[in-house]
Design a protein around this ligand. Structure first.
Ligand SMILES: Cc1ncc(COP(=O)(O)O)c(C=O)c1O
Length: 303
């Protein structure tokens, strides 16, 4: 298969559904909440992943490469999705992973290895170094930055806006999403800019990386983003990346049993928790319609 064929196969599953959530909390605060089910795009390349990698892969192919390398943590959804697509494209994929080979393999690493990608483990310092500067790679290997951080990924995420209703009355006042590298937020901001939508973007920070997100969004959108252009909500990190507590776990169990939408503790659990908490605090204007994007990552539910 080539990238166009893979793209065609997966785009059959888009646009993803928009599902309304009903709860007494929402009616008492006079807001309506909708979930964009990007998690249902595909079982592996779900959420923001296909949006992020689609244009990157086209670019790699058009540039004549069939070998890629990228980096991520032991639970990386990005490396997981990338290595899966590479298997279908019959491309070579090198994954630089923060960790040690003697640590137990996460389900993601097992999958990645099973799909034929090569795992290259790096310690903390080496990982930091390749974040600053890509490793020395053979000339025929294309480097993809961590989490797909690039303008091409932004372009793919921006296309989410093409899937939203045009009708003024069916539009949204807020779009809420989990935020880690900021690439996804940058894509939404570009969508608003291009389609001239009056939607307030709310990013829920899922790891303690102070100031990094704003800086990265600025880099990707090539403009001086200031706090008037989007809200970055802090206080829902639950201790940091992939950390959780009982409150979060209870929320996830209760949300899943009431609404029958699966969420996980690393990204969607935190952004969904934050949305409900912000509604409770009266953060969203009465009468507003909120779109909460389910960015996927459900494969990370496995331990
Ligand atoms: C499931 C999921 N949701 C949200 C995000 C946050 O995306 P970004 O790093 O673009 O901020 C990620 C990371 O890519 C993710 O895997």
């Amino acid at each position: 298969m080539n990238v166009r064929q893979v793209s065609h196969l997966y785009s059959l599953l888009r646009p993803s559904n928009i599902q309304e959530i009903y709860s007494p909390l929402l009616s008492s605060h006079q807001v309506r909440l909708f979930v964009k089910r990007d998690d249902a795009i595909h079982s592996v390349i779900s959420g923001n992943k296909w949006r992020k990698i689609k244009h990157l892969l086209h670019h790699v192919e058009q540039s004549g490469f069939s070998k890629v390398a990228s980096m991520g943590g032991r639970y990386s959804n990005f490396l997981h999705a990338l290595s899966y697509v590479c298997k279908h494209l019959n491309w070579h994929c090198d994954c630089y992973v923060r960790g040690y080979p003697q640590q137990s393999f996460t389900p993601m690493l097992q999958d990645i290895k099973g799909w034929g990608a090569r795992l290259i483990f790096c310690d903390k310092q080496e990982f930091r170094n390749i974040r600053q500067q890509a490793p020395n790679l053979p000339k025929d290997v294309f480097w993809i930055p961590e989490g797909g951080f690039s303008e091409l990924a932004v372009k793919g995420v921006k296309e989410t806006f093409y899937e939203l209703p045009l009708d003024k009355n069916a539009g949204f006042d807020y779009l809420v999403s989990a935020a880690a590298t900021g690439t996804t937020l940058a894509g939404y901001l570009k969508g608003i800019e291009q389609l001239k939508r009056n939607v307030r973007i709310v990013g829920v920070r899922v790891l303690n990386n102070d100031d990094e997100i704003e800086e990265k969004v600025r880099q990707l959108t090539k403009k001086s983003i200031n706090s008037t252009e989007f809200d970055l909500v802090r206080g829902y990190e639950f201790g940091g990346f992939a950390k959780r507590d009982e409150r979060l776990e209870q929320f996830i169990t209760s949300f899943e049993s009431i609404h029958a939408i699966p969420i996980e503790p690393v990204y969607s659990g935190k952004s969904f928790f934050a949305t409900f908490d912000l509604i409770q605090q009266g953060y969203f204007k009465p009468g507003s319609r909120i779109l909460l994007v389910h960015c996927g990552g459900l494969q990370g539910k496995r331990t």
